[in-house]
Design a protein around this ligand. Sequence first.
Ligand code: AMP
Length: 115
Amino acid sequence: MAFIGMDVFKQIIDREAPADIVYEDDQYIVIKDINPKAKVHLLVIPKEDGLITAKDVNLDRLEVFGGLFWAAKQAAELEGIGDGYDLHMNVGESSGQIIPRVHLHVLSPDFECSL
Ligand code: AMP
């Protein structure tokens, strides 16, 4: 896998591309995955630029990374899966990440996880 050329999530944040938005605040946007792998499949995306993969975490950025869990919880509750859900993050192209902006997958428990 390799990164696709453009950051479509930035376009969604800027309302230059369409998306099914389920939650949004000053720091995050949560959308429905266009190719869902479970009955509910959401993507939590930080609005801060410059976060390509989770390897961009550092001590100054702990809050924005930690907030992904907060936004995931809000969105999961809104989508009716607040009781339990899977979280998944691909980190880097070799792990299967294709969009060059950090994002956390939130999946309903019917997700067939290989862990
Ligand atoms: P990843 O492989 O972790 O980078 O996951 C990228 C995810 O983004 C995939 O599950 C795609 O189905 C999803 N995706 C790609 N483009 C869009 C889009 N325009 N709207 C919603 N989801 C998208």
